[in-house]
Design a protein around this ligand. Sequence first.
Ligand SMILES: [Fe+2]
Ligand SMILES: [Fe+2]
Length: 273
Amino acid sequence: MRILFLGDVVGRSGRGAIADNLIQLRSKWRLDFVVVNGENASNGAGLTGSHAKLLLDAGADCITLGDHAFDQKDMLQFIDTEPRIIRPMNFAKSAPGKGARVFDVGGGRKILVAQVLGQVFMKRPFDDPFSAVDQLLRAHPMGGMVNATLLDIHCEATSEKMGMGHYCDGRASAVIGTHTHVPTADAAILPKGTAFQSDAGMCGDFDSVIGMEKSEPMRRFVTGMAKGRFVPANGAATLCGLYVETDDKTGKATRVEMVRQGGRLNQTGPIPA
Ligand SMILES: [Fe+2]
Ligand SMILES: [Fe+2]
């Protein structure tokens, strides 16, 4: 299975880059399944229903969210009308929507997609992500109930993300970090066959502070005082993420390539330029 995961879409710049490029990437890289993290797609915080539709129409098969899942209030209702949107499994117990779902991929194949929030350095404490993931993976063995499994681990600390990668090694096709918006250079296949990257990076303008127009975050760092609100930077976005090929029989990853397309970062992807 050829899977593309794209990290946090930030604002209009990120949405535009998805709308302008994803359909072409789907055919160019012959993708079977595309997952896009949409937690910052609407004004940098959360995802509206109409922007979710835009990402799905542009070629995403599934959208994951994050700690900003419900910053846009209409997502509280919308998520129950759109099964292709996944919020973190260990969000508040009363949260609407689901944290994991099995999707049909074509050719009778199935992929499990799940998202979980980490605990280290996060603003509020969430339930233990490791026991939640363990339960889920035991219920959906690869090579049995599903042909592939992708986990989006959404948190600050690279240590916690790496811990989760190894915890799932051999039990998931890919464990991919999100939330910090900066792609890490550690994409690899772990010893037992799980593709891993500590952070996929964002789909947004890198002439920014993690996707936000840089003047206000810089002012707060330099002076310790806020003057305005954070707004997404609107220059050309780099699409950042991870391309993974898996064996349909075992679910294990056979190839992994970092993806950086367009915008300011140096370019890479599964097919050499
Ligand atoms: Fe984010
Ligand atoms: Fe986040």
